[in-house]
Design a protein around this ligand. Structure first.
Ligand SMILES: CC(C)(COP(=O)(O)OP(=O)(O)OC[C@H]1O[C@@H](n2cnc3c(N)ncnc32)[C@H](O)[C@@H]1OP(=O)(O)O)[C@@H](O)C(=O)NCCC(=O)NCCS
Length: 229
């Protein structure tokens, strides 16, 4: 799959995978994973990998693929607020394909947060996710994963953007530009202008939304949900 040096960069198209794509996706996943992490234990055969895609991933998640010149060069598996898999062919990495797929995951995600696991030894993937705004939520010793290798849970939180509907010195009401539809919220403003929503204001959980500095537009640089008490 290497491209000749004099060939201009191919354009990349993204599309949902069909059942016919599964064999190539399962083998691309295996190739990208073991090229990046050759020290990982090999727990499954290629046939088992395909079964996993056919019976576990395809029916229960949304799978996208990236194509260049009609060749599959990347894949993304999404399920309810989780990036389950993200892999780019080793010969096509560092050309922006992974970023296209990860941005698609953010666009498709209706939840305010998107999570994923990666192995602690996968320094390249960690740098990539951190560059895309993911933050470490938790590290584990690996005892709960199949490979028994230390891993790390990353979370990305959607910045809030919206329209300010009204404000007093203490409270702000606003409508967000959530991709699943505009919703109304209200939040308490603290002395520094930080907006805190509370349960019942349209948020599933209390959250710190960012700092409001006046004006009709709300552009929050962070969204930090707090767990239910
Ligand atoms: C992690 C992974 C998905 C990233 O995919 P990718 O297509 O290489 O991602 P991008 O090209 O968008 O970005 C990767 C890097 O290339 C750089 N890059 C992007 N386009 C570039 C270009 N045209 N020229 C040079 N560098 C470029 C990016 O800035 C980024 O830099 P970083 O190393 O500081 O993060 C890919 O490396 C991969 O499949 N790895 C193996 C499998 C794996 O680990 N999957 C994740 C498991 S959780």
């Amino acid at each position: 799959m290497p491209e000749p040096a004099n060939k201009p960069p191919s354009s990349t198209t993204l599309r949902p995978a069909t059942e016919d794509d599964l064999p190539i996706l399962a083998s691309l996943h295996r190739l990208a994973f073991f090229t990046a992490l050759p020290q990982m234990p090999v727990l499954h055969t290629p046939e088992e990998d395909l079964e996993h895609y056919r019976h576990r991933l395809f029916p229960h998640s949304v799978i996208w693929l990236a194509e260049q010149d009609h060749q599959v060069v990347g894949l993304l598996v999404l399920r309810a607020g989780w990036v389950e898999q993200l892999h780019v062919h080793p010969d096509r990495q560092r050309r922006g394909i992974g970023s296209r797929l990860l941005n698609l995951a953010k666009e498709q995600c209706e939840a305010p947060e998107l999570r994923l696991w990666t192995f602690q030894t996968n320094a390249q993937a960690q740098r990539f996710y951190e560059k895309h705004g993911f933050q470490i939520e938790r590290k584990t010793d690996g005892s709960d994963n199949e490979e028994k290798q230390p891993d790390v849970l990353y979370v990305w939180t959607r910045p809030v953007q919206g329209r300010v509907l009204g404000n007093t010195s203490r409270r702000l009401s606003f409508a967000d530009n959530c991709p699943s539809g505009c919703r109304r919220h209200s939040g308490a403003l603290d002395a520094k202008g930080v907006i805190h929503t509370s349960p019942g204001s349209g948020e599933a959980r209390a959250a710190t939304l960012g700092t409001w500095s006046g004006g009709r537009e709300l552009r929050s640089e962070f969204y930090k949900p707090r767990p239910h008490p």
